[in-house]
Design a binder for this molecule. Structure first.
Ligand SMILES: Cc1ncc(COP(=O)(O)O)c(C=O)c1O
Length: 458
């Protein structure tokens, strides 16, 4: 068996000139990639990796260098315009993006661009505060909205706030929408009346005093239709609807974080369509550029981002909307438009992933608690916090093929799977084969540890 995850690397794992805090270096061994095509990446030692993580669901179309080549052609004539200059390319992209949102919400809106997911979320808050004034932001437990100063305040893991946080921002966390960790789940199969009440009773109580007129101002309610970093948690739509209705009754701007769930990652174009709720502001990024540019789009329902409510000059950043990023989005939007049956194709992917994972759950009951699939996402819930180890095993256990899957610090018992949406059935077979081997190796390791423990205590 080859151990190519680090065997080709001379010297220490973190090169002396590289910032060691980068997430890349959380693993014990890190392959270095030299090329990619379709759903596969290739390490510098020639080893192939099937990428079922796809940069946290970003690479929906797989690794396709023709996107970048096409994008370069589209902005060939333009100089590298900084963001302070308008262009017809920018206006075309804004108009196309606006339609993606307003077609689904059936209301006109305006699109603002930003640099990436976290910055897009901050711009969404900027628009909410510009309308409502600064105030409390309400989120769910288990949320992840980025690692910038402000968004790390919204994200559930305190770890994200340790080094940088906007301490002045008040954030209230509603109970987790994850039935697996909810204290009420023993009493009810889904989100029962108690849970719905729990997400609907904040208001004047936020002041800690109670009574009408004592409430703090809640400026925004922020949600993910599926919490990916939280462990691929799909909220009960009834719970989410109740939270959204209550937020509206409190005057909050309702913000959907579709950075991960947008562009068919969970089935429909937007995750909120799956949930039957309609936000006021939507942020998306990953599926717009297929990883080819740092760009996010923030849509705000009229009149939230009109000149009266969000005055020109409220926001800027030098590199927002530089031509190559716009051209990448323009090119990727063409691809999406040409994919006629995307929803039914993603439904097939969901079914195929569920079938394969269900077989694995049957074969490996001692380490798998449950499996789920939603659109182009799936998860394996393990019997304990073994996801980082399983993730590692997936890269090394098979002699020829590594598999990349995701695990997060917030859900160490969950393996997240979000491959390119164009993954084929044969590639899913390869994924299942490697997962099965890795699960077998994990089972053996856990048994050996348990046996050693039993020997030690006897
Ligand atoms: C739901 C969600 N929100 C926000 C972010 C932050 O986006 P970025 O990493 O581009 O800042 C991510 C990134 O994974 C995400 O999945």
């Amino acid at each position: 068996m080859s151990d190519l995850m680090g065997a080709t690397q001379a010297g220490p794992l973190v090169p002396p000139f590289a910032g060691a805090g980068n997430l890349i270096y959380r693993a014990a061994a890190v392959p270095r990639f030299v090329r990619g095509a379709g759903c596969f990446l290739e390490g510098e030692d020639g080893r192939r990796y099937l990428d079922a993580e796809a940069a946290n669901g970003t690479v929906a179309w797989g690794y396709d260098s023709s996107i970048l080549q096409e994008a370069a052609r589209r902005c060939f004539e333009l100089p590298a315009l900084p963001s302070f200059c308008e262009s017809s390319l920018r206006l075309r992209v804004l108009e196309r993006l606006e339609r993606l949102f307003s077609d689904a919400i059936q209301a006109p809106g305006r699109v603002e661009l930003d640099l990436g997911g976290a910055q897009g979320m901050e711009t969404a808050l900027r628009i909410a505060f510009s309308n409502n004034g600064p105030g409390t932001v309400v989120v769910f437990e288990g949320a992840f909205h980025g690692r910038s100063g402000v968004t790390s305040m919204l994200s559930s893991s305190p770890r994200y706030r340790e080094l940088l946080a906007a301490w002045g921002l008040e954030v209230v966390r509603l109970p987790s929408p994850d039935c697996r960790t909810c204290p009420h789940s023993a009493a009810s199969a889904g989100c029962g009346t108690g849970c719905v009440k729990a997400v609907s009773r904040w208001g004047s109580e936020l002041s800690g005093v109670g009574g009408n007129g004592f409430g703090r101002k809640v400026s925004a309610f922020v949600f993910e239709a599926v919490q990916n970093v939280g462990g691929m948690v799909v909220p009960d739509p009834a719970l989410l609807r109740a939270a959204v209705e209550h937020a509206r009754s409190q005057g909050a701007v309702v913000i959907a974080d579709e950075i991960f769930t947008g562009m068919h990652r969970v089935g429909p174009r937007w995750g909120f369509q799956l949930m039957g709720v309609e936000p006021d502001v939507v942020v998306t990024s990953k599926g717009l550029s297929n990883g080819g540019a740092a760009l996010s789009a923030v849509w705000a329902r009229e009149p939230l981002a009109d000149p009266g409510n969000y005055a020109p000059g409220s926001h800027s950043s030098t590199y927002i909307g530089i031509p190559h990023a716009l051209a990448v989005v323009d090119t990727v939007l063409d691809r999406w438009e040409a994919w006629k049956d995307v929803e039914s194709d993603v439904a097939v992917l969901e079914r195929e992933m569920r079938e394969r994972l269900a077989e694995l759950a049957e074969r490996r009951p001692s380490v798998i608690d449950r499996v789920d699939a939603t659109g182009g996402t799936a998860r394996i819930v393990l019997s304990g916090p073994h996801a980082p180890r399983l993730r590692q095993l997936c890269t090394t256990v098979h002699p020829e093929l590594g598999v990349l899957v995701a695990s997060t610090g917030m859900a160490p018992d969950v393996i997240n799977i979000h491959p390119p949406l164009v993954i084929t059935g044969a590639e899913l077979d390869g994924l299942a084969e490697v997962l099965d081997l890795a699960l077998g190796a994990l089972t053996a390791e856990l048994s050996a540890t348990a046996a050693a423990g039993a020997r030690g205590s006897s």
